[in-house]
Design a protein around this ligand. Structure first.
Ligand code: ZN
Length: 134
């Protein structure tokens, strides 16, 4: 993780988490946050915010597994309870959705977590030489 912190916060016209969720810069809400599917842009194309401070780590994947897993299992249970289809119908329905739903959720959740980090000035916890947490 980089120890570099985001520059001073300029007022945003939009909520940073919402901006991140839609793939836009958490500071200005206009520039692109991503350079690729999940690769963050080095800097914002509009305001120049350096995205080096960001480290979403495994956070988006954890939320995707929790949300998508719950959703798919719930849908599978409801289909089984109400329609009792043969097992191949379950495989044909849920296997593709188990790929499509997480892939669709991953980028917005990563963007939202970047927005949360920006909004809360998140930084890596460190201990000083005297043992105090900074
Ligand atoms: Zn920006």
């Amino acid at each position: 993780m980089s120890t570099k912190q985001p520059e001073a916060r300029a007022p945003t016209s939009e909520h940073p988490v919402r901006s991140g969720f839609t793939g836009h810069c958490p500071r200005c809400g206009k520039g692109k946050l991503f350079d690729g599917y999940l690769e963050l842009a080095k800097t914002c194309t509009h305001c120049g915010l350096d995205n080096d401070y960001v480290d979403a780590a495994d956070g988006p994947a954890v939320f995707v597994v929790l949300f998508a897993g719950f959703l798919i299992v719930l849908m599978a249970l409801l289909v089984e309870i109400y329609y009792m289809p043969p097992y191949w119908v379950h495989a044909a329905l849920w296997a593709p959705l188990a790929i499509i739903i997480p892939l669709g959720m991953l980028r917005p959740l990563k963007g939202a977590l970047v927005g949360v980090q920006y909004k809360n000035s998140a930084k890596e916890a460190r201990f000083d030489k005297d043992g105090t947490k900074s």
